[in-house]
Design a protein. Structure first.
Length: 411
């Protein structure tokens, strides 16, 4: 039987790859159409109903693009819908949430030092919060539909700050920021599924029936599309944050996440203003730089570390009682603990890489799967084998883990 841990990692790799590829497609098309819309020329002769046009060159060819604010007089035979990029990104991201955070809840989602939850409770809070995000956001949009759109963004920012604080006081630091990204991405995909696409279908149905479409449907869709444009960069940052303890493993992680949303607005404002040919607001880069420096300063607050030697339970207890565990403890403490410590001794390392601490037997038992994958099956750790881990030591790690997992994982 194939090693199930290796197989499980490949399932996660496949899901992550799909998620990244589809996200690239969605973000790319979103950025392109926002830039196109803002850059349309309206000072040239246009066909009836057209609100702007642009000539572009790419790949050796020229493209002549015209936009109809409501709809053309007749529906074209071939109409391309941009929706699957969004749907595929959300579905693959939700698959990752299940594979990593729900099925590995005791490792990645729950931190008893933050809030002692059962797996069921943690998953229920996760799912409920994503649903709440859409309800709160769409309510804000309806309330402020005819108001200055800045009011919408301010109200949404207040919700995002509140959710940043909430997640940081419910889940582990890593899961808190990842969930804030999922919360925001769910709003973005919800915009496409529940608002933009249905509105476009109404317009198409009106055209097919010979009716003049109501301009309000395009106005609402444009509002939601613009919101998505400003939320994209913070979502990317939050999705990458789980790789950097300086972002998620500090007492101020929720403040950092909140400031990231402001950086996303300032960066997109510069690009959008440039695309609209309304100047070069270079002040936005200065503001972004100040925000980034503030985030870096906040990240140097004392890192959050696991309790010194908390009680073992579940799989950790099995790994701690498996044959060969004492030998593995000696190996890991000798080859890995100089970096993966609460107070690292390796020069140049201030905090344990990725927040992984491997000092005590309890630490090592809790990180069994990582040790197996990073130092047993693969040679990823120690990096460049700086501590000279021997092949026999790697073999001992593999034998211990497989013994704890029931033995005979391969064969």
């Amino acid at each position: 039987m194939y090693d199930w841990i290796v197989l499980w990692d490949w399932v996660q790799i496949a899901a992550r790859w799909v998620h990244v590829v589809t996200a690239m497609a969605w973000i790319g098309s979103s950025f392109y159409f926002i830039a196109l819309d803002l850059g349309l020329r309206r000072d040239v002769p246009l066909p009836p109903g057209a609100s702007g046009e642009e000539w572009q060159v790419h790949g050796g060819g020229f493209y002549h693009i015209q936009k109809y604010m409501v709809a053309p007089a007749a529906l074209p035979d071939h109409l391309i819908w941009f929706k699957w990029e969004s749907y595929s990104t959300w579905l693959s991201g939700f698959a990752m949430l299940i594979l990593v955070y729900y099925m590995g809840a005791q490792i990645f989602l729950i931190d008893p030092a933050v809030l002692d939850l059962s797996v069921g409770q943690a998953v229920a809070i996760s799912l409920g919060s994503l649903a709440f995000g859409w309800v709160a956001y769409t309510t804000i949009c309806r309330v402020f539909m005819n108001a200055n759109q800045t009011a919408v963004m301010v109200a949404l920012f207040v919700v995002l700050v509140g959710m940043s604080w909430f997640y940081a006081h419910v889940f582990s630091g890593r899961a808190a920021l990842l969930h804030l990204g999922a919360f925001t991405a769910s709003i973005m995909s919800g915009n496409v599924f529940f608002v933009i696409m249905p509105n476009q279908r109404v317009v198409v149905a009106d055209l097919k029936a010979g009716r003049t479409p109501d301009a309000k449907y395009g106005k609402i869709a444009k509002q939601r599309s613009t919101h998505n444009n400003y939320l994209t960069l913070p979502v990317i940052f939050l999705m990458l944050s789980n790789h950097y303890p300086l972002v998620f493993a500090t007492p101020y992680n929720w403040v950092i996440a909140s400031l990231v949303f402001l950086m996303g607005v300032t960066v997109r404002h510069w690009f959008n203003t440039r695309h609209a040919k309304k100047g070069n607001p270079h002040w936005t880069w200065a503001v972004t730089g100040v925000l980034f420096l503030l985030i870096a300063w906040l990240s140097t607050a004392p890192m959050q570390h696991p309790a010194e030697d908390s009680a073992l339970q579940g799989d950790s207890l099995i790994y701690a009682s498996a044959t060969g565990f004492d030998d593995v403890v000696s190996i890991v403490q000798g080859r890995c603990a100089m970096c993966h410590a609460r107070e690292p001794a390796f020069e140049g390392i201030t905090w344990a890489p990725k927040g992984v601490v491997l000092e005590t037997p309890s630490d090592i038992a809790r990180e069994a799967r990582r040790i197996y994958m990073q130092a047993g099956i693969t040679h990823a750790m120690p990096p460049a084998n700086l501590s000279y881990m021997e092949p026999a030591e790697r073999a001992a790690i593999v034998a211990w883990f497989r013994a704890a997992s029931g033995g005979g994982l391969e064969g």
